[in-house]
Design a protein around this ligand. Structure first.
Ligand code: KIV
Length: 256
């Protein structure tokens, strides 16, 4: 399928609650997740924390994302590959377009950026050039330093309305889907019901959006030092890895 066909499939999932998305940062994981039937692989800037060991996503550069995207794209996934525009790479419409073009040239089918009304012109610059854009509203990790932490959004009707305005501005600028992060379930349901593009939720409660995205290390239990309260691990890879490494150490040391 072409990139365009893949985004059409995701857009067509509106109302079905069926989009299963995961972050992905390397070649073997891209192959395994793709063969498991994941719909969307996001080369997200969460890689700053769960792969590179930074405290938050504000340290992630375009070079980091391109390096990991290249590896994911080498797996030639059937899934839609979305790549994040890192902080400081979309400060103007021109810069946003240039960054998006580099991501697509490296193998992304679509790109994602954070924010609503204030990003609409940047989204428009990218979509006008024929590149598919996914929005990201609610809690915005790239703004963690300005906001002084990670806070739940959509707690009041006014906050929900402001997020809705952002969603409408993004839709007007041509996004094909929007990630909603850490909204109250009521806010996520309201926005999902009222907008025509699919919402993909994280930390918004069960069955409140048209799909769900999880950070793959949360799903696999491979980054045990911080696990968000909403994560639902399906494995304990850090435990398994530690067990295997200890067995290896024992085996090697027993040889002499
Ligand atoms: O970078 C990321 O992992 C993300 C998800 C939280 C949606 O943007």
């Amino acid at each position: 399928m072409t990139s365009r066909e893949k985004t059409v499939v995701i857009s067509g999932s509106k109302g079905r609650g069926s989009i299963a998305a995961l972050t992905c940062y390397d070649y073997p994981m891209a192959r395994v997740l793709d063969e498991a039937g994941i719909d969307v692989l996001l080369v997200g800037d969460s890689l700053g924390m769960v792969v590179l060991g930074y405290p938050d996503t504000t340290h992630v550069t375009l070079a980091h994302i391109l390096h990991h995207l290249e590896a994911v794209a080498r797996a030639k996934p059937q899934a839609l590959v979305i790549a994040d525009l890192p902080i400081n790479t979309y400060d103007t419409p021109e810069q946003a377009l240039a960054t998006a073009q580099q991501l697509v040239a490296t193998g992304a089918d679509a790109v994602k950026l954070e924010g609503g009304v204030r990003q609409a012109e940047k989204v428009r610059a990218i979509t006008s050039a024929g590149i598919a854009v996914c929005g990201h509203l609610g809690m915005l990790p790239q703004r963690v330093l300005e906001e002084g932490g990670y806070y739940k959004k959509g707690k009041t009707p006014e906050q929900t309305q402001a997020i809705m305005q952002g969603a409408k501005a993004l839709i007007d600028a041509g996004v094909f889907a929007i990630v909603l992060e850490s909204l109250t379930p009521t806010a996520a349901e309201t926005i999902t019901r009222e907008i025509p593009v699919p919402t993909i939720g994280i930390g918004c409660g069960d069955a409140t959006c048209d799909g769900e995205i999880a950070v793959v290390t949360d799903l696999l239990g491979s980054y045990p030092w911080f696990v968000p309260p909403f994560a639902k691990p399906e494995a304990d890879l850090s435990g398994e890895t530690s067990h295997a490494a200890k067995n290896y150490v024992r085996r090697v040391r027993a040889q002499k």
